[in-house]
Design a protein around this ligand. Sequence first.
Ligand code: BG6
Length: 280
Amino acid sequence: MNLDFMTVYLYGGHVTSWKDEHGEELLFVSNKAIFKPPKAIRGGIPICFPQFSNFGQLEAHGFARNKIWSVDTDPPPFPVPISSRAYIDLILKPTDEDLKIWPHSFEYRLRVALGPGGDLMLTSRIRNTNADGKPFSFTFAYHTYFSISDISEIRVEGLETLDYLDNLQDRARFTEQGDAIVFESELDRIYLGTPSKIAIIDHEKKRTFVVRKGGLPDAVVWNPWDKKAKAMADFGDDEYKRMVCVEAAAIEKAITLKPGEEWTGKLELSAVPSSYYSGQ
Ligand code: BG6
């Protein structure tokens, strides 16, 4: 579905393009990305549900990113401004096959909207529709790949002094010591209890991405660097220089829903000239 300044695939409920007012692409998608099953599309915004990474028994990052979603023709009212320039509602429900892997009935409604100023807004609403009275728990991430000028020219602000789990050191817990995150090698961390706003400052492009999130306490920061890039079949050897993932997530404390309960997780992305960004 190509809605002018954004593209959303039914495969994965996956946003693959978000453009600014000049038509410049703001999300990174690999030149080697494959846009069909069985693997998730490499880039854009994969949705990790009902499991982040290998925090459980399911396939890495859960199955939602590998499923064909449907257009939700009759969505319930969403808390998204009616002035949105464009939006699409999608829905995912488990198939009988999915229920064998994860025995929980759910309705996952996703609205992807473009705000009046060009902001990209994703709202996920996940409801427990189990008829057996059982709660379920899940972890979650909007695995956003941002397009950047050069990985050595950017910094990520808003995660200073926070604790993180280092995926490269058996998820050992550390406290961030730097003023901002800069990249000199592979980085794969889960920052815990983060503020609702994180900034990615691209010095060369003089552009700042602002990530705002709701219902998602954690944030993953990932760049595979050269060695891991080479090991990924659907990723170019040098492409790590042009991308960074900053992922609004709920990982450390799984979300639990009783039957009939619904959870909402929001992501709002803006791209502003760095001169406009005050950090407030
Ligand atoms: C990140 C993880 O979220 O996703 C990394 O923190 C992982 O550990 C990366 O390598 C990519 O995962 P995948 O399954 O899309 O290759």
